[in-house]
Design a protein. Structure first.
Length: 201
């Protein structure tokens, strides 16, 4: 008995032609799932502190920037948000004493933010709560595979940012560049970042 094919199977005809795989839709689907699951994990790590997941990530970004500080627009860029979207969070963190403005010898009009002891303590508490999840990831992925995953995600983000910034360009973008872009999660510099990558060791 001959096997049915998309051309002969009545159900296939009723459902319409088979859709081709689309990298943007496939990426959006996986990132949406990953984002929801990650937000649940972050929420569980800060349920006693009154912080949002965005505010926790802003503390992480400030710690990653080190003592030199980071301007608000770069904080927003590292989270894939607009400056307007993070301005309220920055103001709240500043009022709570979790981030402070540091001196900027280059331009007094440019405000740079860094972590005081209170902000670092709050971030460290959240990181300790995240340690079991970090251990689970390390059990499922080797260090090299996890670093590669972060590199690919950073590369995809970079490519999509370039696409959005110049939607009229006809240049074919490489979704996964050979080298990771600078200042991304895979190349964290701050002490808190190192603690999380090492499982709080």
């Amino acid at each position: 008995m001959p096997q049915s094919s998309p051309h002969t199977d009545p159900s296939a005809a009723e459902n319409g032609p088979e859709l081709r795989a689309h990298p943007c839709l496939a990426l959006a689907q996986q990132v949406a799932i990953l984002g929801r699951q990650t937000k649940r994990i972050l929420a569980a790590s800060i349920d006693d502190g009154g912080l949002s997941d965005t505010q926790l990530l802003l503390l992480w970004v400030c710690a990653d920037a080190g003592s030199h500080g980071i301007p608000q627009n770069q904080m927003a860029s590292r989270l894939g948000l607009s400056t307007a979207q993070v301005s309220g969070h920055v103001e709240r963190l500043s009022q709570d004493g979790l981030i402070v403005e540091c001196a900027n010898s280059g331009d007094r009009r440019r405000r740079l933010w860094t972590l005081p002891d209170a902000g670092r303590d709050r971030l460290d508490r959240a990181i300790r709560r995240l340690d079991p999840h970090a251990s689970e990831l390390e059990a499922r992925f080797t260090e090299a595979r996890l670093a590669e995953l972060l590199r690919l995600l950073a590369g995809a983000n970079q490519a999509l940012q370039e696409l959005l910034s110049d939607s009229r360009s006809t240049t074919t973008l490489r979704l996964f560049p050979a080298t990771p872009p600078p200042n991304e999660a895979a190349t964290c510099r701050g002490p808190a970042a190192a603690d999380l990558r090492q499982g709080g060791a």
